[in-house]
Design a binder for this molecule. Sequence first.
Ligand SMILES: *Cc1c(COP(=O)(O)O)cnc(C)c1O
Length: 222
Amino acid sequence: MTVAENLVKMKQTIEQACRDCERNPDDIKIIAVTKYVSIERTLEALQAGITDLGENRKEEFLKKYESIGDQATWHFIGSLQSRKVKDVIHQVDYIHSLDRKSLAKEIQKRAEQTVPCFVQVNVSGEESKHGLAPEDVENFVESLKAYDKIKIVGLMTMAPHVDHEEELRAVFRKLRALRDIIRDKNQPHAPCESLSMGMSNDYHIAIEEGATHIRVGSSLVG
Ligand SMILES: *Cc1c(COP(=O)(O)O)cnc(C)c1O
């Protein structure tokens, strides 16, 4: 399938999900996750109308950035080692995986402009997953007040690999509730309006639960 064909289908699914919950499809940003695919396929996605790309590893991101540069908005969605921050910080537009103070400190040290970041939350509590425990997120966000190079634009989570719809919904709902709490504090450094959640298998559910950024790889470009 071409990316354009996949995108047509995907937009239909998004529109259906939006009808079901009375949302505007324009409020949902599609991030095409290109970590498994070639530069050619990535360019095909841009041709098809994709504007935002997601990568989860430094090396692969830089390789693609070299050829594509500012033709795309770049989202770093994978766990980021502090020592690699300096290599990507001037190229990325968003970081979705801010999950610890040491990483925040490194971003503060290396960035020349304010970097929009999502705080990654391990809602499901699986040991294999990165992210802060939900109960630690409020304090973490508070603790970033003095970091003028970091703007908390939202929260991000990876849902567990389960088919059980209610279990997925519960995860997405919990992230949304946490987002509401932080957003409603109206802190200048943490507008926290966005929700980065939903992947190939579950983005329609994530949209119904309030996702503003969906990160879709295999079903779109794979
Ligand atoms: C790979 C990846 C995705 C996309 O996963 P698909 O199931 O291929 O859509 C989304 N988010 C993160 C953080 C990823 O690493």
